[in-house]
Design a protein. Structure first.
Length: 227
């Protein structure tokens, strides 16, 4: 089949018009910058969103850790004040109802992080034996999170195992006095699963020397509820 010169000219003319239209359209697209901001936002949004979520996770963990620390500090301080208002002629004693009240106060303080269900406080009375040994005279716990003391149970240090004290700094009790030593544990649940921070156990410690002198030989029962 032969192609006539007229048909060939018509085909070349259509090709030139199409090429011209393509060039004009391409030029307009190159000059059109109306969607630049949208494209830049689409590329940057995942980065800023990830950074924001990571920052929120770290801030929440830091705030929770600080609150657990405040619970431990307040409990140790309040426990050291037990019996301080007793104006009797004999040395004041510490009774179980007193200890129960400050332990309940610690749970109340941790309401915002549901400390009762996810945490535990361990209050140990660190004292000194007649022979000068440090030991845990009595111990009380509260909170549903199963956790044992990192330093020993009731009567630890008075059963053949000598201890220099409690805590990282080996806090010790002077003769005839007691140190209220608190361990606070909290099971932290991450905001975004394991994306940034894995679930962890936050632990804090606090210790206060008992205000004034107390009759340590009687009063509170030499038992434990840390089971």
């Amino acid at each position: 089949m032969l192609i006539t010169s007229a048909a060939s000219a018509s085909w070349r003319s259509r090709a030139r018009r199409f090429a011209g239209l393509l060039a004009v359209t391409s030029g307009r697209l190159v000059r059109d910058k109306s969607a630049n901001s949208l494209i830049e936002f689409a590329f940057s949004m995942p980065i800023f969103l990830t950074l924001g979520m990571y920052g929120a996770e770290l801030a929440n963990m830091a705030a929770t850790s600080m609150q657990v620390s405040q619970i431990a500090m307040a409990l140790a301080d309040n426990s050291a004040r037990l019996g301080q208002t007793d104006n009797s002629a004999v040395l004041p004693t510490i009774l179980d109802p007193m200890v129960n009240s400050v332990m309940s106060g610690a749970m109340k303080q941790g309401t915002t992080i549901n400390f009762q269900a996810n945490g535990r406080v361990i209050l140990s009375s660190l004292e000194q034996t007649a022979g000068g040994l440090q030991y845990i005279h009595w111990q009380r716990c509260k909170g549903n999170f199963a956790r044992a003391s990192a330093y020993g149970p009731l009567n630890y240090g008075n059963t053949g195992t000598a201890i220099p004290g409690l805590g990282k700094n080996n806090v010790s009790a002077p003769a005839g006095q007691a140190v209220m030593f608190v361990e606070a544990f909290y099971s932290y649940k991450s905001l975004f699963g394991n994306m940034f921070v894995k679930n962890a156990v936050i632990s804090q410690e606090a210790a206060f020397l008992m205000r004034d002198r107390r009759d340590l030989a009687r009063g509170i029962a030499n038992t434990t509820d840390c089971t």
